[in-house]
Design a protein around this ligand. Structure first.
Ligand code: 13P
Length: 254
């Protein structure tokens, strides 16, 4: 199964009107060097309108970083409904990022609800999974991944993964400069794909599994060369257009 590489920038809580403009200008100007790679940017919600205009006419997708777990709009102060993201031009939304799980108390059940609501609104969820260092040291990586994915599978069913992306982001590799080795990433990705294959082999073969955690221009090619690694979810390096596009070029060269 040929899966198109996807390189996604998670800008996290970074950016300004001025830096967003130069970042998108830089990405757009180098976009032809990685024409076969799908490119996604996920700016902070308040900048979606600005970035939507900046990417107009360019093959760059827009995504949210978070979405409400509510299926109806209404009295949920501070939240953003999936239909609102869709209306603002988003086609993707990140759900279950480890920072949301760890800092904002998102449980597996909340993440599963967000996944479902996003899909109903026509968004493709980018479901983040990953273990902490303590969990890895205790040999619990697979248990954690199975629990996190299982909560979503139990809620929405394997069929939903025909329109979803998974990102394996080991917590210990996020923002630390300490990336997973290509072997560690491949093992986790193969495990995740195997969990899906146990329910539906065709969907398992088609779902894209991104790696995230200190992906940089100098390690992207090796990470992307693994069979089950279909691109990256990039944090820090997505804030510099040169670095981000070098990572996209590494995907293009596979
Ligand atoms: P870094 O690339 O900064 O490690 O962040 C990874 C990440 O969390 C992307 O969602």
């Amino acid at each position: 199964m040929q899966r198109q590489y996807l390189v996604a920038g998670n800008w996290k809580m970074n950016g300004s009107l001025e830096t967003n403009r130069s970042l998108i200008t830089g990405i757009a100007s180098q976009r032809t060097h990685c024409a076969n790679v799908e490119v996604l940017v996920c700016p902070p919600a308040v900048y979606l309108a600005q970035v939507r205009e900046l990417i107009d006419g360019h093959p760059i997708n827009l995504g949210g970083q978070n979405v409400a777990d509510q299926d109806k709009t209404g009295a949920f102060t501070g939240e953003t409904h999936a239909a609102m993201l869709r209306e603002m031009g988003c086609t993707y939304v990140i759900v279950g990022h480890s920072e949301r799980r760890a800092l904002y108390g998102e449980t597996d059940a909340v993440v599963a609800a967000k996944f479902g609501v996003a899909q109903v609104a026509g968004l493709v969820p980018v479901l983040c999974l990953g273990e902490t260092l303590e969990e890895r040291d205790r040999d619990q990586t697979e248990t954690v991944l199975a629990r996190q994915l299982g909560a979503v599978l139990d809620r929405v069913g394997v069929g939903a993964f025909a329109r979803a992306v998974i990102a394996y982001e080991p917590v210990w590799a996020i923002g630390t400069g300490r990336t997973a080795s290509a072997g560690q990433a491949q093992a986790a990705h193969a495990f995740i794909r195997g969990l899906l294959a146990a329910r539906d082999a065709k969907i398992a073969g088609s779902v894209r599994i991104l790696y995230g955690g200190s992906v940089k221009p100098d390690n992207a090619a090796e990470l992307f060369s693994s069979q089950d690694v279909d691109g990256g979810l990039i944090g820090g390096a997505s804030l510099k257009s040169g670095d981000f596009m070098a990572i996209c070029a590494a995907a293009q060269a596979q």
